[in-house]
Write a protein that binds this ligand. Sequence first.
Ligand SMILES: Cc1cc2nc3c(=O)[nH]c(=O)nc-3n(C[C@H](O)[C@H](O)[C@H](O)COP(=O)(O)OP(=O)(O)OC[C@H]3O[C@@H](n4cnc5c(N)ncnc54)[C@H](O)[C@@H]3O)c2cc1C
Ligand SMILES: NC(=O)c1ccc[n+]([C@@H]2O[C@H](COP(=O)([O-])OP(=O)(O)OC[C@H]3O[C@@H](n4cnc5c(N)ncnc54)[C@H](O)[C@@H]3O)[C@@H](O)[C@H]2O)c1
Length: 480
Amino acid sequence: MNPVGPYDLAIIGSGSGNSLITPYWDQKRVALADQGIPSTGAFGGTCLNVGCIPTKMYVRPAALARAPEEAARLGVTMTTEHADWPAIRDRIFSRIDAISAGGRDYRDRLENVDLIAERVTLTSPRSFRTTSGNEVTAEQMVIAAGSRPVLPDVPGIELPQVHTSDTIMRIDELPRRILIVGGGYIACEFAGIFSGLGSEVTQINRSVGLMNQLDQEISEAYSAQAEANWSVRYQRTLAGIVEDAHGGVTAQLVTSDGRAEEVQADTVLIAIGRVPNSDSVGAADAGLDLHPDGRIAVDEYLRVQIDGEPVEGVYAIGDISSAPMLKHVANHEARVAAHNLENPQHLRRVRHEAIPAAIFSHPEIAVVGLTEAQAAEQIGAEHLTVKTQRYGDTAYGWAMEDQTGIMKVIADRRDGHILGAHAIGYQSSNLIQPIVHAMSFGQDAYTAARGQYWIHPALMEVTENALLGLEVPIPAEPPL
Ligand SMILES: Cc1cc2nc3c(=O)[nH]c(=O)nc-3n(C[C@H](O)[C@H](O)[C@H](O)COP(=O)(O)OP(=O)(O)OC[C@H]3O[C@@H](n4cnc5c(N)ncnc54)[C@H](O)[C@@H]3O)c2cc1C
Ligand SMILES: NC(=O)c1ccc[n+]([C@@H]2O[C@H](COP(=O)([O-])OP(=O)(O)OC[C@H]3O[C@@H](n4cnc5c(N)ncnc54)[C@H](O)[C@@H]3O)[C@@H](O)[C@H]2O)c1
């Protein structure tokens, strides 16, 4: 074992971890370890290479391919002739691979940064061992090693037709039939992508309904539309996968009442959740506290903990420690950790209130704050005011002939405090942002609605009307 260091800073993970290397470290020594994305070896983490960015680059052409559906409602006849999967794929990854390679090259050329392109495992909170046998020590450490897909332990899971989100986007051709296992974010986004581009999609989920963790009204609305858009089967578990004689597979399912069922497909996508990479970095062996789900436990300053006590100068950020596995959360945590690394005498707290999320499926979903059930539990149902605004009851909704879009806002009827918002429909990820803003800056619902102009007749009037529909007190000297 060759001792290397001590570095001023060592980072495990080049996703959100990469952004910690600010100009502050220019005259100091930094080690950045990343084994690379397992499927490609790429630098730069999940979001760039196999997550948020490429998926959304597929969502857009899939939405365009669906344009004839909406056009028909508006009296325009269109047809989608063909989605050119190889061309779409190559356009997406020529861009992404270049950014990843450029990012790696830049880090490689920096004199103050040593890039360690290997798997590493912690030997203590401030040291790790590289696969090639070096022992790296550092004054401060950030563990930003992310998460990975879960695979069910069933026969046939290793077949080449079976993919996770790590590999599905680079397949050779658009599958004619795809089986998608799971009912959460990834399964629903890919069901939207593949059905939009023209694949025959079958989605299975163990429970009844899709996106069940969301507000019930939204998950029911989403499930109903998904069921209309592609084939959805509930209460099914994957039991095994066997190759057929034509290069495809037969997936063997078991229903909740024990019946066997089969689905024929060319490709299978497994999307049943992700687990934090705390085991991959050896966090438990290094003595770090873990949550029961495997996340590294951190305090409000993002310091890791040993026996409930924070370890000075050692931080964990992103999917490896955060319950919401979202890139904007990892980015915020990276900003907090960057500050705390540079200012150990003036630590800043992480802010986990009003975290929004969007599911870029068909239709799109956006959420922030509490569901109605959670809000009722928290303050009592009698104190809630809830408004569900249909897109179709606003001027732009008429222009779209929208039948299904809704935005639901939940507030405390005693003071207008906004507790949550849940939207499903076209551009809902954008429509929800004014509510995120109001919740983040403590604006009551009335002030948020009437304290600003809303462009008429933009679709954003859905959000304005949802806020105006709440039964909340009007403040003294209200904005008019
Ligand atoms: C298909 C998909 C779509 C997504 N879409 C969205 C979205 O639209 N919006 C959103 O907010 N979030 C989305 N996410 C979630 C988002 O990608 C993650 O929350 C975010 O990328 C996590 O960043 P991170 O820095 O914690 O980890 P990562 O970016 O995963 O970085 C961790 C790095 O650590 C490396 N590593 C792991 N173990 C070791 C080790 N032992 N030694 C060395 N290196 C190691 C890995 O190779 C990896 O490069 C999506 C995720 C997926 C999978
Ligand atoms: N747009 C976004 O922000 C975005 C997109 C993709 C992923 N992500 C992040 O990545 C995380 C992981 O996504 P995910 O979709 O893999 O997980 P998830 O937790 O969202 O959903 C997992 C789904 O799989 C089902 N499931 C679990 N075990 C199963 C089994 N054995 N058989 C059948 N079904 C099973 C669950 O019931 C659930 O519906 C998300 O929680 C999210 O934080 C975010």
